[in-house]
Design a protein around this ligand. Structure first.
Ligand SMILES: Cc1cc2nc3c(=O)[nH]c(=O)nc-3n(C[C@H](O)[C@H](O)[C@H](O)COP(=O)(O)OP(=O)(O)OC[C@H]3O[C@@H](n4cnc5c(N)ncnc54)[C@H](O)[C@@H]3O)c2cc1C
Length: 419
């Protein structure tokens, strides 16, 4: 049995921009609203840490969440649905049962990692992961950080690290110039994005940016010391203290799958009001499409309004959402992974780093399930969150059904679930 129970008319899982917007809008209608996040504060991936540092919009939404009549359940992670309308969340030292009438799932996304020789060396990190560590106090001043992979996150991370005193020898983007040029032209339809792009250009002035470029091997002893990259078909070695590497984002859809929501091509399927295939369950933000903070805020508001039956108010945001979704499709087209990246791992490259499963062992299998059963790939602490998307790209394997707990939890919490 859980240590405590709470009941809400609208429960929001995830306090990133999408969840914050959903909770604020729903709370305007006098219903009981709760918001859960496994971080100690709201803000999600983009507004993590000091809200002042993230600008006006972050401050405005954070203030609205603070002032809204919403129960804030931060530092709690939802991991199981024991019955319809009930979720279990684990806190630092307790287990909470959360009952809801409507649910908004705003669980965000994570970075996609691809294995290549040397990617498990210390100081080879996710680009967003390194940014988060620097925000939490990791000293980066004077360190040489090569930023590599794909997607706009690389630019945001490089700009942040430079601001914090890092030296960026190169940004390596796997997408070809032709796609980046089309993306640039497409941006002209988005005034606010042009402003952001212009600011980034200024912040990154003087840093070499290479398209058609990706990491081949990270070298080093106790930590990374250099990286060999492929650039326009030629190889180069760049000395570095860190390699910040991410291949765009993968939506977090495990909880939605557990709850029976239809997921297709990796994204949760929603109707116009952000309702999933399960009645009363809404989804907003990155799980429905990787579209950035603007789309997350619009979808969050629509989901929050729809969850309290305010369809008319929600419809007023449809035009804005249509435009933001066009941008999401542009991101998808531009930063699609090139097939050459499938050849990055050698036979000995570890693909599942929790269970030390190497590439040659995986390629003997035909499905994710078979590989899991025979090699334990995806059965370690990350539960396939890192190697799942990698094997999906490398071998076109599709993940099987999701089983609880969707996150690793304490044995004590599990024992309370079954007692
Ligand atoms: C590592 C990383 C760094 C990023 N950095 C930037 C950046 O610098 N600039 C930029 O423009 N964009 C950045 N992005 C993209 C940015 O996150 C999105 O554009 C936008 O914030 C998406 O908002 P969201 O609300 O959909 O998701 P998120 O902001 O990801 O919020 C989802 C929240 O849900 C929580 N959560 C998920 N599952 C559970 C659960 N079961 N129980 C409890 N809580 C849960 C997560 O911890 C998270 O706090 C980053 C993305 C990632 C993955």
């Amino acid at each position: 049995m859980a240590d405590s129970q709470q009941r809400f008319d609208v429960l929001v899982i995830g306090a990133g921009p999408a969840g914050m917007a959903a909770a604020v809008r729903a709370a305007e209608f006098g219903v009981r609203v709760g918001i859960v996040d496994d971080n100690p504060t709201c803000g999600g991936q983009i507004w993590r840490g000091s809200e002042v540092e993230h600008g006006q919009e972050a401050m405005r939404w954070s203030e609205q969440v603070r002032n809204a009549d919403v129960s804030k359940l931060y530092g709690m992670r939802v991991f199981h649905q024991p019955e319809a309308g009930v979720l279990l969340a684990e806190g630092r030292d307790d287990l909470c049962e959360l009952r809801y009438t409507s649910l908004v799932l705003a669980t965000g996304a994570r970075e996609r990692f691809l294995p290549f020789p040397g990617w498990t060396l210390p100081n080879v990190m996710g680009a967003g992961g390194l940014q988060a560590m620097v925000k939490s106090g990791l000293p980066i001043r004077g360190k040489r950080v090569v930023v590599a992979g794909t997607g706009p996150l690389l630019l945001a991370v490089a700009a942040y690290l430079r601001k914090m005193g890092a030296e960026i020898p190169m940004i390596c983007e796997q997408a070809p110039w032709s796609r980046l040029a089309r993306f640039g032209i497409g941006l002209l339809a988005y005034r606010e994005k042009i402003t952001q792009a212009w600011q980034l250009k200024k912040q990154l002035a003087g840093i070499p940016f290479a398209a058609n470029c990706w990491p081949l091997t990270a070298h080093g002893g106790s930590a990374v010391e250099s990286v060999t990259i492929s650039r326009n078909g030629k190889t180069e070695v760049i000395p570095c203290d860190y390699l910040a590497c991410g291949f765009h984002l993968v939506p977090n859809v495990e909880l939605q799958s557990l709850l029976g929501c239809k997921v297709s091509d990796g994204y949760v399927q929603v109707d116009d009001l952000q309702q999933t295939s399960v009645k009363g369950l809404f989804c907003a933000g990155e799980p429905t499409g990787i579209g950035g903070v603007e789309l997350a805020l619009i979808e969050g508001q629509i989901a929050g309004l729809a969850a309290v039956g305010q369809a008319t108010g929600a419809r007023k945001l449809f035009d804005e959402r249509r435009k933001a979704r066009r941008f999401a499709r542009m991101l998808d087209r531009t930063f699609r992974l090139r097939p050459e990246l499938r050849d990055l791992p050698s036979a000995e490259t570890i693909v599942c780093r929790c269970e030390d499963v190497v590439h040659s062992r995986l390629r003997e299998h035909r499905s994710w399930r078979a590989a899991k059963l025979q090699t334990r790939c995806g059965m370690g602490p990350c539960q396939g969150r890192v190697c799942g998307p990698a094997t999906q790209f490398l071998f076109q394997w599709n993940p099987d059904s999701v089983r609880p707990p969707v996150f690793p939890v304490r044995v004590e919490s599990l024992s309370k679930v079954v007692s």
